[in-house]
Design a binder for this molecule. Structure first.
Ligand SMILES: *Cc1c(COP(=O)(O)O)cnc(C)c1O
Length: 375
């Protein structure tokens, strides 16, 4: 049965990707599955459960609301909220019994004030900015002071030490090793004094790139969805894409030379040909920059998207001869027959990264989760 705009998520693939990532971890490092931004557009609750089934032991999100959402669905694993928090956000995070990231004393004290007497202390992870230049403190002594503050206040618990890499996906650059080098002594010193803390630094790219970056835990996002952090074919690293995006042909029409399709007439037929209309568009997250600039699969063959992408429709050229009829499935991301369109291909065409392609699929695209057993 066809559907207007469907993102089918293979939860078995997510489970297998997590198991594969775990198999890369030596020395007992744990896998934390990053399910922020609705699991990069894949659906946070289902993906979180699949990741846990695949061997992830922690979850991470960006916002307090995302942590609360997972809790509402009965997920009781450790959840790390990685983002910056307003006072209101911090309340939500504490209520959700999530771990939070701290890098200044003022925030750590405010967090302690939010603790409810008689409940477990608030778990905090001290963040050192070793060269991402975003969140965290660049000052090692400030990081130590924040750690000491958490150790001294019974309302807080020092749970971790972390950093984040800026260029782990740029193989061969020298910023990544420099970040690792400045984080390692800080992490080692804190770990020696407090062996129970969890030291973590690696995103997906760093996890593949260097086992010295694994420490006690890795925070993998993009790779658990089977997307390649280096923007190549995910199969090269043993990853299986979990998401497929499909629609269908609503009309099939014959075009005479000079007849155009779409707003602005940015494509017109140069010879007699057949054009199909697929009712999906930038309102679904199929970016307008893909106008005249991507392929769509029909009956296992690539067909060029022609003309301007509208909010609700795209047009594809089926060729001078066609036996394709309305109602035929159309695949925008995923495999059909022997052909396949990777998210990485779509991203490259518009100068972005696979992350942005799946995150950008709008709420209007229905998500359908296929369980591991069914795949
Ligand atoms: C998003 C994020 C990750 C996961 O990154 P991927 O490249 O998707 O693996 C890890 N750590 C932090 C701090 C993040 O914000």
């Amino acid at each position: 049965m066809v559907e207007r705009a469907l993102a089918a998520i293979d939860l078995g693939a997510i489970e297998r990707n997590c198991a594969h990532l775990r198999s890369l971890l030596g020395g007992g490092a744990r896998l934390c599955a990053v399910v922020k931004a609705d699991a990069y557009g894949h659906g946070d609750v289902w993906c979180a459960k699949a990741a846990l089934a695949g061997g992830a032991e922690w979850l991470a999100v960006a916002t307090a609301g995302e942590a609360a959402e997972l809790r509402r669905h009965g997920i009781d694993t450790r959840i790390l909220v990685m983002g910056a928090l307003t006072h209101e956000d911090a309340k939500v995070a504490v209520e959700a019994v999530a771990d939070v990231v701290v890098w200044d004393a003022r925030f750590a004290r405010a967090l302690a004030e939010l603790h409810t007497p008689g409940t477990v202390p608030v778990n905090v992870h001290v963040k050192l900015d070793t060269g991402m230049g975003r969140l965290g403190t660049k000052d090692v002594s400030e990081a130590r002071a924040v750690a000491d503050l958490a150790l001294a206040d019974e309302r807080l618990k020092l749970a971790g030490a972390m950093t984040h890499f800026a260029t782990a996906d740029e193989e061969g650059d020298d910023h990544f090793p420099a970040q690792l080098e400045s984080f390692t002594p800080f992490a080692r010193e804190l770990k020696q004094a407090h062996p129970e803390i969890v030291v973590h630094a690696a995103n997906s790219a760093a996890t593949f790139r260097d086992s010295d970056a694994h420490f006690d835990m890795v925070r993998c996002g993009v790779a658990i969805y089977g997307l390649d952090p280096f923007q190549r074919d995910p199969a090269g690293r043993g990853l299986e894409p979990a998401l497929a995006l499909s629609s269908y042909l609503a009309t099939v029409k014959r075009f005479e030379p000079g007849e155009s399709a779409g707003y602005g007439r940015r494509w017109s037929a140069s010879e007699p040909t057949w054009v199909g209309t697929v009712p999906i568009g930038y309102g679904d997250g199929w970016r307008r920059a893909l106008s005249n600039n991507c392929d769509v699969l029909v009956r296992g063959r690539r067909h060029p998207l022609i003309g301007t992408i509208s909010m609700d429709n795209i047009t594809i050229e089926l060729g001078t001869e066609t036996d394709v009829e309305p109602g035929e499935p159309a695949v925008l991301i995923g495999a059909q027959g022997g052909e396949r369109i990777l998210c990485e291909e779509v991203a490259e065409r518009i100068g972005t990264i696979n992350y942005e392609v799946t995150c950008g699929l709008s709420a209007r695209v229905r998500r359908q989760w296929r369980s591991a057993a069914a795949s």
